[in-house]
Design a protein around this ligand. Structure first.
Ligand SMILES: C[S@@+](CC[C@H](N)C(=O)[O-])C[C@H]1O[C@@H](n2cnc3c(N)ncnc32)[C@H](O)[C@@H]1O
Length: 358
């Protein structure tokens, strides 16, 4: 399958505020690049299971875990690829004590991922890199980007957008690079199977405009990464890169258990009342409406009383499941969190309360 996402493109702030996790929670979460498992873990849940259909997403997350356990903070940041590093392979050698033979073989076969910094190795991140390297300089200069990243208010961002971003070049290049054909180079084709959206590039263009003008850039490390390939130190706004959280992560990462399967299959086999909180990323992009509704039915069965589930919609509308009365969408919180989401490309964020007495 390959590594599709070397970082998790869902906002941990949105996730944490939605799920409100405590030490009484048993959580099931999609793995993706792993960061949101770490964000959840920092709330000290009782149990945390990470599930992903793609084994390589689990490999990269377990590599990050091994790095957290073995390295000091500075080495960790360098190893990931956020700072320059003389010799990442020697850091890999150190980390190997916390990897299985299968995982070591995988990383030995993919040494370039290590030497380049693993945070950049996903299919999606490499697609963004091509945009940054070859197309972005035609829209705005490096100096301009650096000025933009330093802006301290949304008014300034809006002014800057009108003056420097909002040009025919930006529109043209964006439409070419982020067309359906273009995006398929960064995202697997199957993610488009159920999408009926006509003008994808226009849809993403409007979302990007919103992110550049309505979401504070200083704390938006997702946009910082898209524009520069870096996240600005001191990483305060990224839970797992925050130095203050590092020791806590070191002590608790062993708590995460991994399952390499499809959620749809896994949950059918689990007993009732097993989990209280669910993070399902935007997996329903890959599901028909019927599959989505069946899965929500199973979630309700699997959930403890007063559980919560959250997920995102990207291009495929999956937010209505009339069959199931136990799940009640929290429209206010969903919309409020969606309006602040630093990952700008989603159409919707959905938080539902699970009420088993209905
Ligand atoms: C759904 S993807 C989306 C990532 C990101 N939100 C985006 O669209 O750019 C996140 C992860 O979910 C995994 N995934 C997708 N469908 C799944 C399923 N039914 N069960 C388990 N994992 C799944 C993928 O392998 C991937 O690692």
């Amino acid at each position: 399958m390959g590594i599709n996402y070397s970082m998790c493109w869902e906002d941990p702030e949105v996730l944490n505020r939605a799920l409100d996790i405590s030490n009484k929670d048993d959580v099931l979460s999609i793995v993706s690049g792993g960061e949101n498992l770490f964000a959840i873990l920092l709330n000290n849940p009782r149990n945390l299971i990470g599930i992903d259909i793609n084994k390589e997403q689990i490999y990269i997350t377990k590599l990050k875990i091994a790095a957290i356990k073995t390295l000091n903070f500075e080495e960790f940041i360098q190893f990931l690829g956020f700072n320059t590093c003389e010799n990442r392979l020697s850091l890999l050698d150190k980390i190997k004590v916390n990897l299985t033979k299968e995982e070591i073989d995988y990383w030995e076969d993919n040494r370039s991922f290590i030497t380049d910094g693993i945070i950049h190795c996903g299919k999606f991140e490499r697609y963004l890199e091509r945009f940054r390297k070859y197309f972005l300089p035609l829209i705005i200069s490096k100096k301009g980007i650096n000025q933009f990243l330093r802006l301290g208010s949304l008014e300034n961002q809006e002014e800057y957008y009108e003056k420097y971003w909002d040009t025919w070049r930006f529109r043209l290049i964006f439409r070419l690079f982020f067309s359906k054909k273009g995006i398929k180079k960064g995202r697997d084709e199957e993610y488009f199977n159920y999408s009926k959206k006509e003008n994808i590039s226009n849809h993403y263009f409007m979302k990007t405009k919103y992110a550049l003008t309505k979401i504070p850039i200083k704390t938006n490390y997702f946009m910082q990464y898209i524009l520069t390939g870096k996240i600005l130190a001191p990483f305060k706004y990224h839970p797992y890169l925050d130095k203050d959280n590092f020791q806590l992560l070191k002590r608790s990462v062993n708590k995460i258990k991994f399952i390499n399967r499809s959620v749809n299959e896994y949950i059918k086999e689990q007993s009732d009342n097993k989990f209280s909180k669910f993070n399902l990323s935007d997996i329903f992009e890959l599901n028909s409406q019927n599959e989505y509704e069946d899965l929500m039915e199973e979630i309700a069965r699997l959930s403890k009383e007063n559980g919560k589930i959250c997920y995102w919609n990207n291009l495929v509308p999956r937010f209505k499941h009339i069959k199931n009365k136990n799940l009640i969408m929290d429209n206010f919180t969903s919309n409020n969190l969606h309006s602040k989401d630093r990952v700008h490309f989603y159409s919707r964020f959905i938080l539902e309360d699970i009420n088993l007495t209905n």
